[in-house]
Design a protein around this ligand. Structure first.
Ligand code: NIG
Ligand code: FE
Length: 416
C-alpha cells in the first residue's frame, strides 16, 4: 500500500541528504516546502516536493491511498531520546511532598523517589508491567512520537533489571514505535547497599552487564552520575565494562551539580549526556568537537522547579541540542513532546525552529538513528504526523496545550 498526501500546507523538516545533526546557528534553520506532496511506499519516504511535481496517479502502480491534507502540515514524528516509560504505579504522593517543600534529594534520602518505584516494580509481574507501559506507549504515539529510548533502572536487582529490559524488548516487538533500550542498573543505590556503594557497582559490572549482554537486551548503557548518586569513578568503571560488551554510553549528568558527568560522558564517547542543568564553560568546552549530543529535559526541570540549563550559551558556542521528555514517575510524568517544544520556547528561550530541530533530527541522533529517522528525507522510515489545520509551524509550540496532532503514520501505516 502506498500513501499519497496531497496539498500539504507546509512540509516541515525536509532534507535532501540525511544530516548528522543540526548544531549552532543551523539549529535556527528549518527547511520546509509550501503546498507540497509526500509519497510513502513500503514503509519508507519515497518522494516529496511541491504540488506542481506531484506524481500522476495513473502512473503509480498498485493500491494508493490518497490523503488530502488541505490546511494541514506534515512533520517528521518526534524522536524522544530519553524516557523511563516502563514503571510500576505512580508517585503522586511525593508530588504532594514536593508541593509542601521537600526537594528531590530529600525525598530520595527518605527512601522515596527511585527506590519507591523499585519497590513497586519488584511487586509487579512482567505482564502487568507491560500492560501499564503500553497505556503510556499508546498515549505518546497519539501525541506524535515515532521513536523512543526506554531505560531500565527501577529494578536495581539483577532479576528486576532483566524483567524491565524484557518488557522493553516486548514493546520493541509489539508496538509500531522504533525503540532503543538502555540499561540503567546504576540509577540509584539500593537501600541494602547503603554505605557499600562500591559493592553495588561491582554487582552492576560483574553480574548485571554480562547477563544483559548475553540476552542482547540493551543497545546503550546509562549511569546517573550526580551528587548523591554515582561518582565519576563509579561511572568510569561501569562505562568501561559496558563498552566491552558493545554498549555505548548515554548518561544522566549534571542535573543536581557540576558532577563531572559531562566530561566523563565525552571521554567515553557517549552518544548523549542528558539533563545538564549545571553546565559551565568547562562543560561546554568538553562538548565542543565531540560526538556527544547535549540533551536537555525541560519537563523534569519544570516539574521539579529546578534551574534551567544555559541553552542559549550552548547554542551560541556552536553545540547541537536535543530535547527529550524524560517520561518517568518522579520528575516528569509526561511524554508529550509538543509540550516539551513549548517548554523549550517558554523556559529555555529557544526559537520554534530550534525546538523542532531539537525534538526531531537531534533527538534522532541521540537515539542513534539519525540516518533513518528525524526528518522528511527520501529513503528514511515513513514516521510522520499530519497536524490539524494550523496557521504556521510556530503555532505548534505556541498553542501549548492544544492537541494538534490529527493523523499519525508510523512505518508507512496510518495508526488509528
Ligand atoms: O531522569 N535523574 C534521574 N532519573 C530520573 C528520575 C527518576 C525518578 O525520579 O523516578 C530523571 O529525572
Ligand atoms: Fe532520566
Amino acid at each position: 500500500m502506498q500513501i499519497l498526501i496531497l496539498n500539504i500546507k507546509k512540509l516541515v523538516q525536509v532534507e535532501e541528504k540525511p544530516a548528522k545533526w543540526k548544531a549552532g546557528n543551523e539549529m535556527a534553520k528549518l527547511n520546509t516546502i509550501d503546498n507540497a506532496f509526500l509519497l510513502i511506499k513500503d514503509g519508507k519516504i519515497e518522494n516529496f516536493g511541491p504540488m506542481s511535481d506531484s506524481p500522476n496517479l495513473s502512473k503509480l502502480p498498485g493500491d494508493v491511498l490518497i490523503y488530502n491534507a488541505f490546511d494541514r502540515m506534515v512533520f517528521p514524528s518526534f524522536c524522544d531520546s530519553h524516557t523511563h516509560i516502563v514503571y510500576a504505579g505512580s508517585r503522586e504522593i511525593e508530588y504532594i511532598d514536593k508541593i509542601k517543600g521537600l526537594s528531590y534529594e530529600e525525598i530520595a534520602k527518605r527512601g522515596g523517589g527511585i527506590l519507591n518505584s523499585a519497590k513497586l516494580l519488584a511487586q509487579t509481574s512482567e505482564d502487568e508491567l507491560y500492560e501499564q507501559a503500553m497505556v503510556r506507549i499508546n498515549e505518546i504515539i497519539r501525541k506524535g512520537t515515532g521513536a523512543v529510548e526506554i531505560k531500565s533502572g527501577y529494578g536495581l536487582t539483577t532479576e528486576s533489571e532483566l524483567k524491565m529490559l524484557r518488557v522493553i524488548r516486548r514493546i520493541k516487538e509489539t508496538s509500531p514505535l522504533t525503540v532503543k533500550s538502555t540499561f540503567l542498573g546504576a540509577h540509584s543505590i539500593p537501600a541494602e547497599y547503603k554505605g557499600r556503594q562500591e559493592e553495588y557497582v561491582d554487582l552492576v559490572i560483574n553480574e548485571m552487564i554480562p547477563m544483559v549482554a548475553a540476552e542482547g537486551l540493551a543497545d546503550y548503557i546509562d549511569v546517573f552520575c550526580d551528587k548523591g548518586f554515582f561518582t565519576v569513578e563509579d561511572t568510569e568503571r561501569i562505562l568501561m565494562a559496558g563498552i566491552k560488551y558493545g554498549l555505548r554510553p548515554k548518561i544522566h549528568a549534571n542535573e543536581l551539580d557540576y558532577s563531572g558527568g559531562i566530561q566523563v560522558g565525552v571521554k567515553y564517547n557517549a552518544l548523549s549526556v542528558d539533563h545538564l542543568e549545571f553546565t559551565g564553560d568547562d562543560e561546554i568546552k568538553a562538548l565542543l568537537g565531540s560526538e556527544t549530543m547535549p540533551t536537555l529535559l525541560p519537563g523534569a526541570a519544570f516539574f521539579l522547579g529546578m534551574i534551567d540549563p544555559p541553552v542559549r550559551k550552548m547554542i551560541d558556542a556552536g553545540l547541537p541540542i536535543a530535547l527529550a521528555s524524560d517520561y518517568n514517575p518522579g520528575s516528569s510524568p509526561s511524554g508529550d513532546m509538543k509540550f516539551i517544544m513549548s517548554l523549550g520556547c517558554i523556559k529555555l528561550r529557544m526559537l520554534p525552529e530550534e525546538v523542532i530541530n531539537a525534538t526531531t533530527i537531534n533527538g534522532a541522533y541521540a537515539l542513534g538513528i539519525s540516518d533513518t529517522h528525524g526528518s522528511i528525507c527520501k529513503g528514511k522510515v515513513a514516521n510522520v504526523f499530519i497536524t490539524k489545520p494550523i496557521p504556521s509551524y510556530e503555532f505548534m509550540p505556541y498553542a501549548y496545550t492544544t492537541d494538534l496532532v490529527e493523523t499519525v503514520i508510523l512505518n508507512g501505516k496510518i495508526i488509528n
